[in-house]
Design a protein. Sequence first.
Length: 443
Amino acid sequence: MNTNKAAFWAALFCFFKLLRLNRVDYYIQFDLGVFDIVIIGAGPAGSTAAWHLAGKGFKIALLDKKSFPRDKICGDALSGNTIFELKKLEEKGLDLSFFEATEKAYPVDGLSFFSPKGHRLNLFLSDEQKFTEGNLKYPGYVSKRIDFDNFLLAPLRKSENVFVFENCEVKQMDFLKEKVEIICADRKIEAKLVLGADGANSILARKLWRDKINRKHFSAGLRQYYRNVKFEGDIPLIELHFLPDILPGYFWIFPMADNLANVGIGMLSSEIEKRSINLKEVMEDIIERHPRLSSRFDQAEALELPKGFGLPLGSRKSKVSGERFLLLGDAASLIDPFTGEGIGFAMTSGRLAAKFILSKWGHHDFRNNQDYDEMLWKKIGGEMLIAYRIQRLLRFPWLFDWVVKKANSSPTIWNLLNRMVWRPAERRKLSNPLFYFKVFRKS
């Protein structure tokens, strides 16, 4: 009996010693799955890719390190690009009645730019540009990511060929000759192709090719939810305040249902480092002491402490694929350098990744995926370049002030700027010196 006990304890000791080695071979594998495609990250990029691949004959694993619904630190604004992609998903069967409930998705039909000297420019969609059919009747919405991301993911749980694994943080990936092995804490999964949609801190981007942050192409942001912020006018609009001390960046106030507001600040990381800026202190100073803004927070109640997040900007054309993997969304640095908007571009990358896969499957080994890079940058590269040029123009605040003043006094110039906001393809005019010459002549 004593011999048996000694043997039992010796075996148990060896078992736990092996676990402490932290080697893949000794993971407790509660589940071993073989899939065609693994998508890491179930946010807008990953879920959109899954939507476009569902029903196409693939066996797909959609992993996320969190359990949904979960919060994601963000400005929560859904712009025109997002609306476009949502209509594409509606064709795939996504029910957009989510947008009829304003407590989940607050509709906005315009935005306000505030120039460095405080000149305000309100821009609205004209009646003929608004949607008259379907559930998406507004050009933009503000929706908490805890609600919006879950709205995209929830129907995929019922898909026959999409298997959703939550609380599944990827610990290790091994790229073998014919497959990729992915190790989570409680399971091992293998696939022919991996899509990295796991955000700014993507394990794929970080471990495979992006070893450190380039601060010239990265922004830091803070978000804080408030109640009872005062809005000017009868209809609250999305507000972007381009304050001199935080250029090229801005302070934002986005309206939400139930008298809530998403309040935040974003600024280029290279400028934060260069000027030794404490972003949290700057945001607190704006809210408490700014001559134009502080009074709007007199009766406001902060619902949380400021929460920080990183914004990898699409201000340079970076590599977004490798052997047996594609990068999507924030993992591919697809955030607009001017507006900081990333949800729409994330969803676009998910759709394009699916299109690339569907065009190649069966006659391509996915070891070289340069065609995906070319497809993605051909689609959004022009918009990103223009946004980057506009961001650089913010280094000349007097120019921003001048254009806003002219737009407020000239219907012709106002119409020009309005089209550029709601039709991103026309933004290229803002980065052309001839545009300012024309503005001057028309004024």
